[in-house]
Design a protein around this ligand. Structure first.
Ligand SMILES: [Zn+2]
Length: 141
């Protein structure tokens, strides 16, 4: 497991060279160079490369989001269990959160908490075949 890096160790409005960034974040300069290769925004037109603290934070945040375990098709995310869970009876309600996105809500099989999953309209058919979807009681349709 990779060691934890604290994005708050860098200041958003400060620029760092590779060595400064490495020191602040307690990683090796090679790690910082790898992040740049991996897509972290940096001013690489001249040496030393300079990296804005906000770019470092942004990069680390997106890495963290990508590392989150993806849900299986039949799962919702339960914030209490902090993982994917099947809803009780595979029953979920659906309500719109934006013109393109809906949220599925069900009851976590494990803890009885509310588990949710954001889905796009394009995914409706897929999830309709997995869950027993009903509209929220206060929904217009
Ligand atoms: Zn749960």
């Amino acid at each position: 497991m990779a060691k934890r890096v604290n994005p708050m160790a860098v200041k958003t409005n400060t620029t760092y060279d590779v060595f400064e960034a490495a020191r602040e974040l307690n990683v090796t300069p090679a790690t910082i160079r790898n992040w740049i290769k991996d897509g972290m925004e940096a001013m690489t037109s001249s040496k030393p490369y300079l990296i804005l603290g906000s770019a470092i934070r942004e990069y680390l945040r997106s890495k963290k989001a990508a590392a989150r375990r993806p849900l299986k098709d039949e799962q919702l995310f339960c914030p209490s269990c902090r993982t994917g869970r099947k809803p009780v009876g595979m029953k979920v309600t659906l309500s719109a959160v934006s013109p393109k996105t809906d949220i599925l809500k069900g009851v976590c099989q494990r803890c009885d908490g509310t588990a949710t999953r954001m889905i796009s309209h394009e995914q409706h058919q897929t999830f309709a075949s997995i869950f027993r979807i009903s509209a929220e009681p206060n929904s217009k349709d």
